[in-house]
Design a binder for this molecule. Structure first.
Ligand code: NAP
Length: 272
């Protein structure tokens, strides 16, 4: 990674705060913008280069926009007025297609780190969040390879592995592995919660299969409203898989599933 890069971050929550803490620990030239005074005060313990104003980012080479999904377009629009055409802007949004409808006067490279926890805000951010994670990039066809390289090198310094996709394929894939499972986890808890004995008996299996019901509420709401078509298709596929399991040769199907799921472990480490 080019150590002379000035890297900006907007939104010091779980994702932005973790990028900020990791890059500050690596002694990179970082500057950040967030909304609330308490967050700015806490961030100043890591670097003095923190402000409330987006103007603060006007000299940055690469900027990561890490605000909630429903604020991201608004922030990208405001950056239209502030940044020079040479600036590179990446975002961290869990969805990509809705961000890619407009040409930007700067170099926009949409990204999505496949890392997170059920917690939110700067207090819950930590520098190791991206270690061993996958990080998706959905660049436009005409984006310079040299600009993509600058972003991938930062992603690698943060400990993640870059993966390339189109925005549409990304949104379809995350509906299957993240958004639909979250909705199922919420529905599962909602279904079982009325049976007090069931909740009394619930143990690790129920805990693990409902973990996604703890997701950040604002993010969950954005996922459900902005990716509804893909989520509905995923639910139809889920219904169809349940039908195939129950109406077909159940033992051989679950044997195959068990083998394929087990193969996602290499040397005892889950490669998911
Ligand atoms: P978060 O913890 O709620 O953090 C968002 C932060 O953005 C807030 O702490 C807030 O900072 C700041 N903010 C809100 N509006 C702002 C504005 N107008 N200008 C500047 N800062 C503003 O959310 P997050 O989990 O980090 O998610 C951020 C993005 O990452 C979302 O797009 C999400 O889809 C994506 N993402 C999340 C996860 C995950 O598991 N959480 C994983 C991958 C990607 P203040 O404290 O200053 O108010």
């Amino acid at each position: 990674m080019d150590r002379n890069l000035k890297i900006g971050i907007v939104g010091l929550g779980l994702i932005g705060g973790s990028i900020f803490k990791a890059l500050s620990a690596l002694k990179c030239d970082v500057c950040a913008v967030s909304r609330s005074n308490p967050t700015i005060l806490k961030a100043k313990e890591y670097s003095q280069n923190v402000s409330k104003s987006l103007l603060h980012l006007k000299n940055c080479d690469v900027i990561f926009v890490c605000t909630p999904m429903n604020k991201t377009l608004e922030v990208l629009d405001k950056l239209d007025e502030i940044l020079p055409p040479t600036a590179i802007v990446a975002d961290a949004c869990s969805l990509k297609t809705f961000l890619c409808q407009k040409k930007r006067p700067y170099k926009f490279i949409p990204t999505h780190p496949m890392a997170g926890t059920e917690f939110s805000g700067f207090d819950n951010s930590f520098e190791a969040l991206f270690q061993g994670a996958k990080w998706v990039l959905t660049p436009f066809e005409d984006t310079d390879a040299a600009d993509i390289k600058k972003v991938t090198e930062i992603i690698e310094v943060l400990g993640s592995k870059p993966i390339f996709s189109t925005p549409e394929e990304h949104d379809e894939a995350v509906a299957l592995i993240s958004h639909m499972p979250m909705l199922v986890a919420q529905a599962l808890f909602k279904t079982a919660k009325h049976n007090s004995l069931a909740l009394k008996l619930a143990s690790s299996g129920f805990r693990d299969s409902t973990r996604l019901a703890l997701s950040n509420e604002e993010m969950a709401k954005d996922m459900i409203s902005l990716n509804s078509d893909n989520i509905q298709n995923s639910i139809l596929k889920l219904y169809s898989s349940i039908g195939e399991l129950l109406n077909g040769d159940y033992p051989s199907q679950i044997r195959e599933i068990k083998i394929e799921r087990s193969n996602m472990y290499v040397n005892g480490k889950n490669i998911l």
